[in-house]
Design a protein around this ligand. Sequence first.
Ligand SMILES: Nc1ncnc2c1ncn2[C@@H]1O[C@H](COP(=O)(O)OP(=O)(O)OP(=O)(O)O)[C@@H](O)[C@H]1O
Length: 331
Amino acid sequence: MSDLLTVENLTRHFPVRVPGEGLGGMFGKPATLKAVDGVSFSVDSGRTLGVVGESGCGKSTTAKLVLGLLPATSGAVRFEGGQVPAKRNKQWRALRQRMQMVYQDPLGALARRLPVAAQVMEPLTVFKIGTPAERREKARELMAAVGLTPHLFERFPHELSGGQRQRVVLARALILEPSLLVCDEPISALDVSIQAQVINLLLDLQERFNIAFLFISHDLKVVRQVSHEVAVMYLGRIVEQGDPEVLFQEPAHPYTQALVSAIPSPWRREGYQRIVLEGDPPNPVNVPSGCAFHPRCPHATSACREIAPRLADIGGGRKAACHLLSPIGTA
Ligand SMILES: Nc1ncnc2c1ncn2[C@@H]1O[C@H](COP(=O)(O)OP(=O)(O)OP(=O)(O)O)[C@@H](O)[C@H]1O
């Protein structure tokens, strides 16, 4: 199975201004915010890579870089054998047909004054695919595939429930037959009772259409359920990556251990204690030296304060960026 999506050493730094001292600091000192800082991964056809990490760790920025919605500062994204271009040119538009995005807020993603069937059909019109009758037929097919009944087809988004709207968004994303769906918190705006339905639908669609997912969420339970592989991000970097069952049962990196320890029990091993992280929440403008996690890490040594660990193989198909887990080597 060859990689569908390969991300190599991707970085995105934002120029920002931070409050400074004296009069000159009134307007803020220029600084660099490292939202994504050297991220590499790959996703195979029909597989799911789940990306987790606390707010601000760079998940959404990674998604935008993959889709070419944001230019990278450095690094590369390869999709279906081609480089995703930095500019929105003809090649980018062709690739974008094959990778689609599902956002958190389905209402915000849909036009208010257009019946949902017309919105599902729209990508075919934009890309001039098929005749009007063929487009209508394809839209009906897709809406049925995501579990929308015909009496809803001509309704407006505000006349649907949150779950139905997310189904519309999915039908529209699938109509161009993408091979990759980038899902950024796709269920977090939905009622808990509906979340499971949408997750089951995503799993079903993946099996039927062999779609790969880059699945971003802060909900570790959902990520464990849907993912074939999980990447844990901290301050713009992947700190641990591997099979979800192993990673969630036996988290190796101290940060993953803390994340997993916060998940309500049946998941936790017997005797597994909740780990409360000390120290301030991370600031991507002022990334700590060495291992960025060291100020909050209960096991940090002097080496951790000085040398940035690289993401290295720690056995069992797992990778971690931690000096405690692999011999010292810088990132
Ligand atoms: N356009 C921008 N300009 C400056 N900073 C930005 C910009 N976009 C994102 N950031 C910063 O980059 C960092 C990563 O943001 P990102 O949205 O990728 O995080 P996230 O992990 O998706 O967070 P959340 O789970 O809250 O959505 C944050 O510190 C954010 O404030």
